[in-house]
Design a protein around this ligand. Structure first.
Ligand SMILES: *Cc1c(COP(=O)(O)O)cnc(C)c1O
Length: 421
């Protein structure tokens, strides 16, 4: 469920007409709904009660500080994968004890910054990283809380670019090597082992791969405890999928996911952490764009938009589907026709949809890409020297620009001429 509905024939974000935002901000732009972000976060916290738990929003899915503060003020923790994300979480007022640091290649500078600023735990992905964290912690006179990310070797049944839990992927330490890795961690004086971490991929549409992974984690918890390790926290990663089309079968709900967590891990008495990104941010955002031209090709018609692959890369990068709907509601029974929906960038990959059945749109009409909140703005670039797409946050009948579109002057002024030119 989201809060993007037609009211009097115009698509609204909560109580704000998208036409009003377009008039103020220009197109294309991203718009997020506070009520939808809040609702999706609460679905997890309510479903995981009464287990001790922390829902850590995966910042990489949508990293605007205003969104982070919206969630952080509700008590959300944050899952970060870089110095930039760590600093964004702190800028949003999230305390270090609610931030977990994931990622395969944490640099010494990132580790130091997190230790100095406060961190709930590092999710460690390799033995060399474990040694580096220990050394840096000792040099700062502190001890770093860690969980080891184990790779359970399960197939997440998702797009190859976002599957992370098979042994051929670069992520985590194979579960067979985990016992030795925990023994080494326990011997390193700068580390305090607090738990186990696992994350098997993104946009999962079934519970079975999660359950297979979590059962392995349960077994490993018992084994590690028998070997004398204090396992008090289980970080189960993110990855729950969302419906990108209204027609396809529905992915599991947070309440079903949480029930499965309780069933497989509840008896261990651990604090549960989860790191959902897409399920909180995905359906909380739209990308709004204007039709520049309708071009009649040979045997097909093109809808040429002012948004392009640099603003929303998911269709060209992951073959992703986004519903694209008109901002002015089509009358019931109004005619439709198939369009190829494309952007102006000079690449054939700059195609959002092929032969998509759409109402008869014309130059100047606005359209909205649904489910664009996650992995949308964060993956945008200025390819083709198109200024970075702005972001808007709505709450009730208010809206605010939470990231401005750079002017052309600002964009070009970032380039510096060497003294010999
Ligand atoms: C990407 C990622 C997430 C979030 O994944 P979603 O599919 O957006 O829920 C969580 N944890 C880690 C370690 C990740 O890499």
């Amino acid at each position: 469920m989201d809060h993007f509905l037609y009211k009097a024939g115009i698509l609204h974000a909560e109580d704000v007409a998208l036409t009003d935002i377009a008039a103020r901000v220009g197109t294309p732009f991203y718009v997020y709904s506070t009520a939808t972000l809040t609702r999706h976060f609460s679905l997890f916290t309510e479903a995981l009660a009464p287990l001790p738990h922390l829902v850590c929003f995966a910042i990489k899915s949508l990293s605007n500080v205003a969104v982070l503060k919206t969630l952080g003020d509700l008590g959300a923790g944050m899952d970060v994968v870089s110095m930039g994300e760590y600093l964004r979480a702190r800028a949003a007022g999230v305390p270090g004890e609610r931030i977990v640091f994931s990622g395969v290649g944490k640099t010494p500078a990132e580790i130091r910054t997190a230790l100095e600023g406060g961190i709930r735990q590092f999710n460690v992905e390799s033995e060399p990283e474990m040694r580096a964290i220990s050394e840096i912690a000792l040099s700062l006179g502190t001890v770093a809380p860690i969980a080891i990310r184990v790779n359970p070797d399960v197939d997440a049944h998702t797009h190859a670019k976002i599957a992370t839990g098979k042994s051929e992927n670069k992520f985590g330490i194979p579960i067979a090597k985990a016992i030795a890795a925990y023994a080494e961690a326990a011997s390193l004086p700068g580390l305090k082992v607090v738990g186990i971490d696992v994350h098997i991929g993104s946009q999962l549409t079934e519970l079975a791969p999660f359950e297979a992974a979590f059962r392995k984690v349960a077994e490993l918890t018992e084994t590690l405890r028998a070997a004398g390790h204090q396992i008090t926290r289980l970080d189960l990663g993110g990855g729950l999928g969302i419906p990108y089309t209204r027609s396809n079968e529905a992915p599991p709900l947070p309440v079903e996911y949480a029930a499965m967590i309780k069933r497989t891990l509840g008896h261990l008495g651990c604090e549960i952490e989860i790191e959902p990104g897409r399920l909180i941010s995905g359906n909380s955002g739209l990308l709004v764009s204007e039709v520049i031209y309708v071009k009649n090709g040979e045997g097909r018609d093109f809808l040429i938009l002012d948004a392009a692959m640099n603003d929303l890369v998911r269709p060209s990068m992951y073959d992703a589907h986004h519903d694209i709907i008109p901002v002015t509601e089509a009358a019931p029974g109004a005619p439709t026709q198939p369009f190829d929906v494309v952007g102006p960038v000079c690449e054939t990959g700059d195609t959002f949809a092929k032969q998509r059945e759409m109402p008869l749109l014309a130059s100047g009409d606005l359209v909205a890409f649904r489910s664009a909140g996650a992995y949308g703005a964060v993956m945008a670039s200025e390819y083709n020297s198109r200024p970075l797409v702005p972001e808007v946050l709505v709450r009730g009948d208010q809206f605010a620009v939470i990231r401005e579109r750079p002017t052309y002057e600002e964009m070009i002024a970032r380039d510096k001429l060497p003294q010999w030119l």
